[in-house]
Design a protein around this ligand. Structure first.
Ligand SMILES: *[C@@H]1O[C@H](CO)[C@@H](O)[C@H](O)[C@H]1NC(C)=O
Ligand SMILES: *[C@@H]1O[C@H](CO)[C@@H](O)[C@H](O)[C@H]1NC(C)=O
Length: 181
């Protein structure tokens, strides 16, 4: 996932379609999220439109549940500019553990990011949403995570439908290159 790209948002003028005025859109939280079932390796199949063209490929996220209820997050990626890279952060479950809402802090970044699992079947797909309000506008990210590196179209369709149900537009999603990893 593109947490490491976040600082670049502020020097990029190309994100108009991912920003909105005012408050973050209202989305429906899960009511039965099971953190333990969500752990392990996920491949980033789609994400909101690339922030910079030399974008990261082969992106994965690995989640590990800690004894104290936090979640260790390790994101890995390859890119033309950086080669292989990874970043580790700590996620904290916000509110009820079954609503799928977390906040993630990476030690190398000066802010906490929101991270909401809109829905997941745990074994095939997860539809993740993040929105942060900055003054008068908000920044939104979507990530479609899959357990398979090359998921079936039917699995992606299930994940995409979750955004549509929440009034979010899947046209903002772009496929992450997971070939030749
Ligand atoms: C919870 O455990 C993780 C992993 O051991 C650790 O990094 C983190 O600081 C702990 N957090 C709290 C609040 O104890
Ligand atoms: C995906 O990345 C591989 C190298 O990892 C590259 O050979 C291939 O051309 C890329 N595909 C697309 C569609 O960009």
């Amino acid at each position: 996932m593109q947490w490491f790209a976040l600082p670049l948002l502020f020097v990029s003028g190309s994100l108009a379609q991912l920003t909105g005025w005012g408050d973050c859109p209202t989305v429906t939280s899960m009511t039965d999220f099971v953190p333990a079932s969500y752990m392990g390796l996920w491949y980033e199949s789609y994400r909101t439109v690339a922030i910079f063209e030399a974008g990261a490929v082969c992106v994965t996220a690995t989640y590990t549940l800690n004894d104290n209820g936090t979640v260790t997050v390790e994101n890995s990626a390859k890119s033309v500019l950086l080669g292989s890279s990874s970043i580790t952060g700590l996620a904290t479950i916000v509110g009820d553990s079954d609503n799928g809402i977390l906040s993630v802090k990476f030690s190398s970044l000066p802010f906490v990011a929101s991270y909401q699992v809109l829905d997941t079947d745990y074994t095939n797909w997860a539809s993740v949403f993040s929105c942060t309000k900055f003054g008068l506008f908000n920044l939104q990210f979507y990530w479609v995570l899959t357990r398979a590196q090359s998921p079936l179209t039917s699995i992606l369709d299930e994940a995409f439908a979750v955004y549509t149900t929440n009034g979010l537009k899947t046209k903002y999603l772009a496929q992450t290159n997971q070939t030749g990893c």
